[in-house]
Design a binder for this molecule. Structure first.
Ligand code: APR
Length: 311
């Protein structure tokens, strides 16, 4: 059986375990700093396995040793942004947490592939890659699958058409500057630009960009977790089943799209080696400008990290 360890057994981490257990893809380990919580959630989930008929071992621990021999490590540990906390405060708190999660898990699973979700996600993926000096295939940031799924859901709500017919591609950094590619996004092959009136499409793009905030405003105590967790589970499945699935993810850029030394949301092919290939779309001038603007925002956060941590 494959093994997946999830660091951070909070809302997203434990929900990722839930989606993964349903798929019977791998044995699961939940690690968290809170004593008893990952053990309790792990045992509770394990006790659900006879009911859903899945032979999956699930354990929770406060000790990284439990992650030994993992095929995939998913990092969701971190602090949410609290009122009064600046983006830089959050960066420094989460950099410490993610840096430790990366180096501790690496001791026990030197061959693992990393999926990083903690925000600021592009920069936390960068930190993971640099901390463990990994080849770029083995570190993937989750954001594009989620942002694209949100856009697909909104298009579905607008049109009533099956979500299976709706493909959307949201690229770039996971922030206000994300780049929903309306020309390439389509319903059964018809570009969204041709299918939807401009005002409707613009509303969908805006809602997608603010998708995370919309959920935070509704929940009031926390951020989205079902869809982010489903995204992590889809990525892990594509890797373990060697599917060569093309989805938008944050990947380490080495010249693609004219970008270098940053993690950036682009279409990638996921398979057993991890991030096997970056797909390069032919962007028009407007799309390229949006890409460059988003990349500049991501680079700023990378630069802030480099001031905090020696990597
Ligand atoms: N080691 C292990 N786990 C930690 C550590 C640490 N040093 N510090 C915090 N954690 C755990 C917390 O105890 C908590 O259980 O990380 C978990 C985060 O879970 P939640 O607070 O429920 O947050 P969640 O909604 O799951 O989001 C996780 O994803 O959206 C991003 O950056 C955002 O921090 C957020 C992360």
């Amino acid at each position: 059986m494959n093994k997946i360890s999830i660091v951070g057994a909070g809302m997203t981490g434990s929900t990722t375990a839930h989606w993964l257990a349903e798929r019977e893809l791998a044995d699961l380990v939940l690690v968290d700093i809170v004593e008893g919580m990952p053990q309790g959630k792990g045992l509770d989930m394990l006790e659900a396995m006879p009911i859903i008929g899945k032979d999956v071992e699930i354990v929770g621990s406060n000790d990284y040793a439990a992650t030994k021999g993992s095929d995939i490590i998913i990092i969701t540990a971190g602090l949410p942004r609290k009122p009064g906390m600046s983006r830089d405060d959050l960066l420094s708190a989460n950099a410490e947490i993610v840096g430790k999660a990366a180096s501790e898990t690496f001791k026990y699973s030197p061959d693992a592939i990393y999926i990083v979700l903690t925000n600021p996600l592009d920069t936390m993926a960068y930190l993971t890659l640099k901390t463990n000096k990994l080849p770029r295939e083995r570190v993937i940031g989750q954001a594009g699958v989620l942002d694209s799924a949100r856009m697909r859901a909104f298009v579905g709500m607008e049109t009533g058409i099956s979500l299976e017919n709706i493909q959307c591609y949201v690229l770039g950094g996971h922030g206000d500057e994300m780049v929903p590619l309306t020309r390439l996004s389509n319903i059964a092959g018809i570009s969204l630009k041709d299918y939807l009136p401009a005002d409707k499409l613009e509303a969908i793009v805006n809602r997608t960009r603010k998708g995370g905030g919309e959920i935070v405003n509704l929940l009031k105590t926390g951020s989205a977790f079902y869809a982010p967790a489903a995204a992590c589970a889809q990525m892990a499945e594509a890797i373990l089943k060697d599917k060569h699935l093309i989805v938008p993810c944050a990947a380490y850029m080495q010249g693609e799209y004219g970008l270098n030394d940053i993690f950036f949301g682009v279409p990638v092919m996921l398979g057993r080696k991890g991030m096997e290939k970056i797909i390069e779309y032919k962007l028009d001038a407007e799309e390229k400008a949006a890409f460059d603007k988003s990349a500049a925002a991501v680079k700023e956060t990378h630069d802030a990290l480099k001031k905090l941590v020696k990597i």
